[in-house]
Design a binder for this molecule. Sequence first.
Ligand code: NBG
Length: 817
Amino acid sequence: MKTNNIEKFDKAAFKASVKQHLVTTFAADEKTASAKVWYLAMGKALAELTTFDLVATENDEKIKNARSVNYLSLEFLIGRLTGNNLISMGLYEEITEAMGELGYNLTDLLEEERDPALGNGGLGRLAACFMDSLAAQEYPAIGYGLHYEYGLFRQSFEDGRQKEAPDAWCGVEGYPWEVARPDFAQQVGFYGHVETYTEKGQEKRRWVPGMSVEGMPWDLPIVGYQSDTVYPLRLWECRAKAPFSLASFNNGDYFEAQHALIDAGNVTKVLYPNDNHEKGKTLRLMQQYFHCACSIADILRRHDAAGHKIEDLSKYETIQLNDTHPTIGIPELMRVLIDVRGLSWDTAWEICSNTFAYTNHTLLPEALETWSESLISRLLPRHMEIIYQINYLFLEGVKLKWPGDVDKLRKLSIIEEGTHRMVRMANLCVVSSYAVNGVAALHSELVKRDLFPEFNEYFPGKLTNVTNGVTPRRWLKFCNPGLSNLISGKIGNEWPAHLDQLSDIAVFADDEKFQKEFMAVKKQNKQRLANWVQENMGIELNTDAIFDVQIKRLHEYKRQHLDLLNILSLYHRILNEPGFDMHPRVFFFAAKAAPGYHLAKEIIFAINKVAEKVNNDPRVSDLLKVVFIPDYRVSMAEIIIPAADVSEQISTAGKEASGTGNMKMALNGALTVGTMDGANVEIREEVGDENIFIFGLEVDEVEALKASGYSPYKYYEADSLLQASLDLLAGDEFTPGKVGLLSAIRDNLLYGGDPYLVLADFADYVRAQNDIDAAYRDQKQWAKMAILNTALVGKFSSDRSIRDYVNNIWKLESVNR
Ligand code: NBG
């Protein structure tokens, strides 16, 4: 429903509320309070407005009686909320004015907010965009996640090496937008044993946990764009209960009990900092179970409170599993339905298998979760029994379909045989869900063809695609006001809710005046980024240079080292090729490496060392600059993305499931240089081959090359530019006096088999980069291509992704409150 926030808004009352919070919540004095405290007081005053709408939405009969989606994710990388919420509430101007009258500049105050970094990368950011689109389109939804005390670590560089520091995003003062919901707290058990008992002549099983903890929910408001609908992002915080481990406490083992107390307090202490990589640690499984147990209990609480029958659960609720991280929710729901609610196995299974849907976000083997059977048996003994039973019944079906085919049984089984038997969470998901989707067309095809071909045959139609998207509110309207205003001036201001309308600016792609305006906005955005770099890193940048951007987690498959090799090739050519000419270029990187990922950290180190040298080498002048921006986070992306001319999307084909940074940059008028991977394929389809720079081996070529025995050394020997570039890493060019300090990358590529085919794609990448250089020199042509990128990527709105989920999977109705 259209909001009447603006009419309702009472500026005087709002200002009074800010002042009141300043005094009563933060015990500060108006005259001496810091900007930080003013921001906090403003946040509290705003949160009062959204909490009111949150509760109103929750209590709305329409919502209670509607079918809803429960989005379960271990990560929600929401970024700062204040600016975005003001846009959604339609109060940006009003609050700017109100705070101005109190003596504060809103833009400065917004800078006081710490990013809640409750996610690693694309997967967590996608969940945040999806919540925004669910609220904007009023599809009933709740996001369920964890309230980590420490989000993703803060990154700094010391002599070029990554250093990690804890990120206490709430600070001591708390996060102003969140509200505790103590009435909805939950109890969660761990360990213990399963016992049999008889009830009304029937033999039953029940779990007797050895310890239990409390889950306290905190709600963050997800404000619908221009609507009064506010959905909760409900984050569970684990609290230890004393006395905690009853057995040890009663045995008089006081210290043992206290020890368990400390462990339990740890469950939501910190986000695991791995992206696309699973480590199989006990505490991680505890987090996963804690998350699922609390969320499922809350879903059932809502279902009961609305007066619905338990048998009707799948009619009212669907549960979307964001990757396999919340898979343990499947046996948890089975357990509750059977052991607690007294349903039969068959009825419980009917409900479960019509409630869960699963999104696969990766094909990388190291990211596909498996948990050791012995760990699950110890931590969650009843769940292990239920998993066995699900597997047993499923395999009975497989035997019927493919009699005598042991190989099929082995591949499809939820349990992987071996000396250490492992539970394959993805298999459990596919067997138990009513829908399974990949996140881009190519990825979903590969899920069917390579990852789950047998499942695809066994469950025809279950595996499908929903291409990812990004919210245009944060990723264009909010982060790029210059371009937003330019667009609105041409096509009106409905586009943030209907991104397809952007195609109406395509007709201006040849209009010289519009081209100039478009490029002027880009220039301003480049200046804003250049100022940031100057102020924070002391590097001076030329905004006439091409701003070339690779921002994403650091991973070998994303190939930041391919980008680096191209930089080295340019450096080599500037120094050694007389008459070599290039348009000035600034190569930006921003990326965090998982703390335990050695080679990724070496790549960061190498880029930083190369940057140090190149940026200060008078022979290079300002032709080439390399900037590695530390502590990449959502608020940093909001500054970098609008300033990008070139978007680097250069993963080995078949490895990047989708990518979403690629969508954000194209939307903001950057041209992509990319492989035929993930959503790049669909971006190319939308913008046209002439408005994107595609290079490199395609999926089938990658596979063929690997199958034929890939020899990186051959490429090295055959290509003198590649040789020169790689060899720069072997000496002490960038680490004076310390020969070989950067050789880890070179060794990995030449002697470590180059698992991501960096050398095989090098030559074509350099060719594509030359094409970019040539294209940029024709500014009119470039402007046209950039405009067409913005105009033609409307498909990648997360509103469209959510509609795809709604129509093809969840079957929800917009409530239109
Ligand atoms: C990531 C993929 C990205 C994709 C996001 C969101 C994981 C496991 N997967 O390509 O690597 O864009 O998910 O779908 O983090």
